[in-house]
Design a protein around this ligand. Structure first.
Ligand SMILES: [Zn+2]
Length: 334
């Protein structure tokens, strides 16, 4: 959505461009498969929310000063789950083939090298375990293709885990889900707790040998939403060395029409206060069919967040930690 933007001070612009800016979650690949499109072309902002419009393209990613993006293979819907899943993987490799500015990264060292080389780094994750229900051994193939994180849940409960939206189901991770977590630990795939029910989140924290993280969530203490994390969950993730990527979806932050960049920054500050300043990160959910807060047209406006937090007194190193250093540290700990 459009909306007033604030002027970016030269010192903030410089800090933002120096910072290693990493956004943990987008659904670009789903949108690419659904509607096609030219990633190299600049797309205009939409005056009215249009779920099919692109939040991400190369020129706008550059303008937003973003260095790395987590791209999701969506496996949440049963209809042709597996076929769509592989189509998204094909779309990912086609993107890399057509745009030499893009590079796939699998490690923190890769991320640093990509920034040095002026490339835009993409790393793969999975959202939803449906495509793996009948063939869990596919996880090995996905790891071989560079998948580095896995959120077992989506908006409906699957064989592996109970969803955040399934309020009446008291269960969490199933024995199948536990097998998947053990396989992820073995393969060096990080566990993403986004979309998991409260019990599932606790089970994931307990079952995983490595710290878990959330690629795209906000705070229940500010806005009650089934997908938002409560303070105990934020603390539990932060204490173990994980990170929480704050989602930009307007309806998670406040009301659909009320959310602004300031509201988003309230959530960022809450995560930093409760989970710790080493645990807060960015997880936009760009191209995830979510309405963005006012003042944030798309990825171009990421410096608006940096400026808003600067105006609230945030400085280095805290700002750079939020923008990417926290995730780099977490990624490095594997
Ligand atoms: Zn999601």
């Amino acid at each position: 959505m459009l909306g007033a933007r604030i002027a970016i001070e030269p010192a903030v612009a410089q800090l933002h461009s120096e910072a290693h800016v990493i956004d943990l979650h987008n659904d670009l690949l789903t949108k690419m498969v659904l509607r096609g499109g030219d990633f190299g072309r600049r797309h205009g902002a939409q005056a009215i929310y249009n779920p099919l419009a692109f939040d991400l393209d190369l020129p706008k990613i550059d303008e937003g000063g973003v260095d790395a993006l987590g791209c999701l293979l969506f496996g949440g819907m049963p209809l042709m789950a597996r076929q769509r899943f592989w189509k998204q993987l094909d779309a990912f490799f086609e993107l890399l083939e057509h745009h030499p500015r893009l590079v796939q990264v699998k490690t923190a060292a890769d991320l640093r090298a990509a920034k040095m080389a002026g490339k835009i780094a993409l790393f793969l994750g999975i959202e939803g375990a449906l495509p793996l229900e009948k063939e869990p051994q596919l996880l090995e193939k996905l790891a071989a293709n560079g998948v580095r994180f896995f959120g077992l849940s989506w908006n409906r409960t699957n064989r592996a885990a109970v969803s955040a939206h399934d309020k009446k189901n008291p269960n969490g991770l199933s024995s199948f889900g536990r097998e998947l977590v053990a396989a992820c630990n073995q393969l060096g795939i990080l566990i993403d707790v986004s979309h998991a029910s409260k019990r599932t989140v606790s089970d994931l924290i307990e079952a995983s040998r490595t710290p878990v993280f959330s690629s795209h969530s906000a705070c229940e203490a500010i806005k009650v939403h089934p997908r938002n994390l409560d303070d105990d969950q934020l603390r539990a993730i932060g204490q173990r060395g994980g990170v929480i990527g704050v989602i930009f979806a307007a309806n998670y932050l406040s009301g659909f029409f009320e959310s602004t960049v300031d509201t988003l920054c309230d959530h960022i500050e809450h995560v930093a206060a409760v989970a710790g300043e080493n645990a807060v990160a960015l997880g936009s959910d760009f191209d995830g069919f979510v309405p963005l807060p006012r003042g944030l047209r798309d990825v171009r406006d990421l410096p608006q967040i940096t400026q808003t937090l600067w105006n609230r007194g945030w400085r280095e190193p805290k700002l750079k930690k939020l923008l990417g250093e926290n995730f780099l540290r977490y990624f490095e700990s594997l």
